[in-house]
Design a protein around this ligand. Structure first.
Ligand code: FES
Length: 110
């Protein structure tokens, strides 16, 4: 069972399986998504917007809620990519938008 994930900014379709996080899928598929803390729910650089298919992803836990609250420009469909895992038995499509300020902010520093 797989879920198709569309990374809108890169115009790229990738496939994920239950238990994979959006960050896993992005990195495996060559999508440049920041992840300063390495996926441990301790930064918020992996902040993305889930534009479709939120119901296919795990619920937010407290640490993610706290970081999203503090994240710049967060909204109702904001998630941390490293904490958003594809649910068991999920099938369908997810659409993800990576806020451009997120990418640019990190690249400019480097
Ligand atoms: S990579 Fe740090 S919270 Fe997701």
């Amino acid at each position: 069972m797989t879920v198709k994930i569309y990374f809108r900014d890169e115009d790229k379709w990738l496939e994920g399986k239950p238990g994979d996080s959006l960050l896993d899928v992005a990195l495996d598929g060559g999508v440049d998504l920041e992840h300063a803390c390495g996926g441990f729910c301790a930064c918020s650089t992996c902040h993305v917007r889930v534009e479709k298919g939120m119901e296919l992803l795990s619920e937010m836990e407290e640490c993610e809620e706290d970081l999203i609250d503090e994240a710049r420009d967060s909204g109702l469909n904001s998630r941390l990519a490293c904490q958003s895992k594809i649910l068991p038995g999920a099938s369908g499509e997810i659409q993800v938008h990576i806020p451009s300020w997120n990418i640019n902010a990190v690249k400019e520093e480097g």
